[in-house]
Design a protein around this ligand. Structure first.
Ligand code: PMP
Length: 361
C-alpha cells in the first residue's frame, strides 16, 4: 500500500497500514464466511471468537488483571462522562475531579448533573498549560472516585505520574493515550477510551473496569447505561459495533507484532523528542506547554503570528503533512503523534519545520 502522506489528525487519527489492508479484505470477505464484516451477525461464532480474542489481546498488551472486565460500548468517550457518575456517584457520595482542560471540563459538567462534584485541583489559572502538582490536589476524604484526563488532547499535557487518591478509585479518560505507554492497570478503578486515536476507528469505546465497581448503579438506571449489562453479556446485550471491534482486533495484533506497548512507548518518546527538540532550540516556534507536563501524543505550538501559521499549514499540506491545525479553541498548530504515525512522519515534520523557519527568519 505504502501511503505517501503523514497524518497528524487529533482523532479520528492515523491507523497502521497493515490494519487498513486486513480491514479492506474483511470488508469484502470476513474470515472466509463469504460475508463482509459489515454484514456478519454479532452473534456469529466467528465474530464472537474475534471479540473474545480482541479482549484477550488487550488483556495481554495492557497487562489487565483478572479482576477487571473489558467492555466495548458506543456513545464515545463523551457517554462515559455520564456513565461514570451514573454508575459510581451514588446518593451521599462526592466525586473528585481534576480539571486539566476542555475534556475534563466536559466530564465535570456531566457529573454535576448526577451528583456532588469537588474540583480537587484545576490549572485553569495557568490556561491549562500544565498539570497540577501533587501538593495542589485537595482530595475529598472518602470520595466515591477521582477522575482525571490522562492526556489532554487539545492542550497537549499528559500525566507522567498518576495522583495518589487516598484510596478512592482512580478513573481515567485515556482516550488519547491508551496503548501509547505502559501503565499499571491495577492503579485504576476504571479506564475508558474512545478508540479513534490509538486503538481503532470511531464508533467503539473501551471500558476497563474493576469487578467491584460493576453493579453499583441505582435500580432505576436504564440497562444501556449500566456497566453490569455489558459485563453480564460480554458486550453483546445489543448489536455491538462489529466493524469497529474488528479494527481494534487488528490494531492489537499490530501492537503485539511490533513488540508490545513497551516498544511503542519508546518510539513515541523518540517521535515527540524530535519535535520538542526543535521547539526548545527555536525562537520562531513556541511550545505552549510547561516542560514537566508535556504530552508525547499531542504537541501544540505557535508561530510568531497567525498569518505565518496559516501559511505553515498550507505548505505542510503540500509536503503531505496533514492534519496539523490546532484545535479551534486554541488555534496555532498541533502535531498529534499517535502510535500509528511512523517515526519517518515525525522526522519529515521536523525537517519541514526547520526549513520553514529558515525561510521565514
Ligand atoms: N476525551 C478526550 C481526552 C478526547 O480527546 C476526546 C475526543 N477528542 C473525548 C474525550 C471525546 O470523545 P468522543 O468524541 O469519542 O466522545
Amino acid at each position: 500500500m505504502a501511503r505517501d502522506v503523514y497524518i497528524f489528525n487529533a482523532g479520528p487519527a492515523v491507523l497502521p497500514e497493515p490494519v487498513l489492508e486486513t480491514t479492506s479484505k474483511a470488508v469484502l470477505n470476513f474470515a472466509d464466511t463469504g460475508m463482509s464484516i459489515m454484514e456478519v451477525s454479532h452473534r456469529d461464532k466467528k465474530f464472537e471468537d474475534l471479540l473474545n480474542n480482541t479482549i484477550a489481546g488487550l488483556r495481554r498488551v495492557m497487562g489487565i488483571p483478572d479482576n477487571y472486565k473489558v467492555l466495548f460500548l458506543q456513545g464515545g468517550a463523551s457517554l462515559q462522562f455520564s456513565m461514570v457518575p451514573i454508575n459510581l456517584l451514588g446518593a451521599g457520595k462526592t466525586a473528585d475531579y481534576i480539571d486539566t482542560g476542555n475534556w475534563s471540563n466536559n466530564a465535570i459538567k456531566q457529573a454535576r448533573k448526577v451528583g456532588a462534584v469537588n474540583i480537587a485541583a484545576s490549572t485553569k489559572e495557568a490556561k491549562y498549560t500544565r498539570l497540577p502538582k501533587a501538593s495542589e490536589i485537595k482530595f475529598t476524604p472518602g470520595a466515591g472516585y477521582c477522575h482525571i484526563t490522562s492526556n489532554n488532547t487539545i492542550e497537549g499535557t499528559q500525566w507522567s505520574t498518576f495522583p495518589d487518591t487516598l484510596g478512592a478509585p482512580l478513573i481515567a479518560d485515556m482516550s488519547s493515550d491508551i496503548l501509547s505507554k505502559r501503565i499499571k492497570v491495577s492503579d485504576f478503578g476504571l479506564i475508558y477510551a474512545g478508540a479513534q486515536k490509538n486503538m481503532g476507528p470511531a464508533g467503539v469505546t473501551a471500558v476497563i473496569i474493576r469487578d467491584d465497581l460493576i453493579g453499583q448503579a441505582p435500580e432505576n438506571t436504564p440497562s444501556m447505561l449500566d456497566y453490569k449489562t455489558y459485563a453480564d453479556n460480554n458486550s453483546l446485550y445489543n448489536t455491538c459495533p462489529v466493524m469497529a471491534i474488528f479494527v481494534v482486533h487488528e490494531v492489537v495484533k499490530w501492537i503485539e507484532d511490533l513488540g508490545g506497548v513497551a516498544a511503542l512507548e519508546k518510539l513515541n518518546q523518540q517521535k515527540a523528542g524530535t519535535i520538542y527538540d526543535i521547539l526548545d532550540k527555536s525562537s520562531f516556534y513556541k511550545g505552549t506547554v510547561e516542560k514537566g507536563s508535556r504530552s508525547n501524543m499531542n504537541i501544540p505550538f505557535r508561530l510568531p503570528n497567525e498569518d505565518l501559521e496559516k501559511e505553515f499549514l498550507a505548505e505542510a499540506s503540500k509536503h503531505k503533512l496533514l492534519g496539523l491545525k490546532g484545535h479551534r479553541s486554541v488555534g496555532g498548530i498541533r502535531a498529534s503523534l499517535y502510535n500509528a504515525l511512523p517515526i519517518e512522519g515525525a522526522q519529515k515534520l521536523a525537517e519541514f519545520m526547520i526549513d520553514y523557519e529558515k525561510k521565514h527568519t
